[in-house]
Design a protein around this ligand. Structure first.
Ligand code: KIV
Length: 263
């Protein structure tokens, strides 16, 4: 996918959208060679790439560095960059400076979490020519307010609120909304009520698309096994095996051979 028009077209044609998070040039090149529709430079990089326990400690400057690397490898495939924690809650000028950084790094759209207090900024951003993806349900930047990384929208009041927020994000001009960790029935209802596509993670089969964190889908983190993740590759096992093969060959004098040596 090359533009936000492709997102809408896929929804209209009832074709599913696939998105994977990406944080570096090498994986962006692999994703660019795949059929995956688009890449998200998620602020989850705080956890997957930097080993932090939440997504809170990332700056716009850091997001711009990772975004630039991904865009360089993405071969023109659509790249969305997350706006980090607090970077869009500081008043219009500071917010726009943060958006400018990731857009100038090459992103084609930004994603921000939540609706309350963000609608005016979303309208201004869209009017400034920057497509905005929303994010509702489990919004990891609010982990302290939510009391942990928990499924959202379990009761009727919470469901009503998320449905209302989705409509408000659409009205404000979002071109798509991520729904994270909400009951499948709620995600299905929201998806049917919106003109714009929803992209789910832990939100069931009825969303217009799906997103997974790259390290999760490639099975690179042996300690992380949440219900919503499906492993498409035994990355940790296979890579550790490769590291061990290399180590043993070095230790036993089997690497390098003539083939890997200069005469
Ligand atoms: O940062 C991220 O990886 C995300 C996805 C989980 C949607 O926001």
């Amino acid at each position: 996918m090359k533009s936000i028009l492709d997102f809408q077209e896929k929804k209209n044609l009832k074709k599913k959208i696939s998105m994977v998070t990406c944080y570096d040039y090498s994986f962006a090149r692999l994703l660019a060679s795949s059929e995956v529709d688009c890449m998200l430079v998620g602020d989850s990089l705080a956890m997957t790439m930097l080993g932090k326990s939440t997504t809170l400690d990332v700056s716009s400057d850091l997001m711009a560095v990772f975004t630039e690397a991904v865009v360089r490898g993405a071969g023109g495939k659509f790249v969305i960059a997350d706006l980090p924690f607090m970077s869009y809650r500081k008043g219009l000028t500071a917010n726009m400076t943060s958006i400018e950084k990731v857009m100038k790094a090459g992103a084609q759209a930004v994603k921000l979490e939540g609706a309350a207090g963000n609608l005016k900024l979303i309208r201004h951003t869209v009017d400034s020519g920057v497509p905005v993806m929303g994010h509702l349900g489990l919004t990891p930047q609010s982990v302290n307010q939510l009391g942990g990384f928990k499924v959202q929208g379990r009761d009727e009041a919470a469901q009503r609120k998320i449905k209302e927020q989705a409509l408000k994000l659409q009205e404000a001009g979002c071109f798509s909304i991520v729904l994270e960790a909400v009951p499948s029935s709620l995600a299905a209802e929201i998806t049917a009520s919106l003109d714009i596509p929803t992209i789910g993670i832990g939100a069931g089969i009825d969303c217009d698309g799906q997103v997974l964190v790259l390290q999760d889908m490639l099975g690179m983190n042996q300690d992380f096994k949440p219900k919503f993740v499906k492993k498409y590759f035994e990355g940790a096992d296979l890579m550790i095996k490769a590291f061990n093969n290399y180590h043993n060959e070095v230790e036993n004098g089997k690497f390098p051979t003539e083939k890997e040596s200069y005469s």
